[in-house]
Ligand binder design. Structure first.
Ligand SMILES: CC(C)(COP(=O)(O)OP(=O)(O)OC[C@H]1O[C@@H](n2cnc3c(N)ncnc32)[C@H](O)[C@@H]1OP(=O)(O)O)[C@@H](O)C(=O)NCCC(=O)NCCS
Length: 111
């Protein structure tokens, strides 16, 4: 079993997400659409970034995975699900939480 955690400040992302090149480089189309559909978009972007870092920490023994291979898609219930290289990864669970200022993500890999 492996674990990863990351914490980010929302204000950093309020600025970064105005850069379309950054958005497209770091987030999937679905992540961008999800975050932009929310009132506090920067919180949702920031927590997804934290989730990518947390997942990477939990899988970095797999040398061929980079941050931009990882994305998060919410199930109908709202529960976040990890995808790596466009494949659903059921052996990794993530949990996300955000406030106006801080976001945190934890990832646990059963592998
Ligand atoms: C889903 C819920 C747990 C989110 O908690 P919150 O304090 O509002 O918000 P947080 O910032 O901690 O968490 C938000 C994240 O939770 C995650 N989440 C949403 N639904 C989820 C679910 N069903 N299972 C796991 N995670 C979920 C999402 O990743 C979301 O972030 P995202 O939209 O950017 O992906 C909460 O809204 C809820 O429904 N709680 C149920 C408990 C309840 O009945 N409470 C009311 C009575 S006191």
């Amino acid at each position: 079993m492996k674990i990863g955690i990351d914490i980010e400040e929302v204000k950093r992302f309020s600025k970064l997400i105005k850069d379309k090149t950054f958005l497209k480089r770091v987030f999937s189309k679905e992540e961008i659409a999800y975050c932009l559909s929310k009132k506090q978009s920067s919180q949702h972007f920031a927590v997804r970034f934290a989730a990518k870092e947390a997942v990477w920490k939990a899988v970095n023994h797999q040398k061929n995975v980079v941050i931009t291979d990882i994305y998060i898609k919410n199930e109908e219930s709202g529960k976040p699900q990890v995808f790596i290289k466009n494949k659903k990864v059921s052996y990794i669970d993530v949990s996300l939480s955000h406030t106006a200022n801080i976001v945190v993500a934890v990832a646990v890999s059963s592998k």
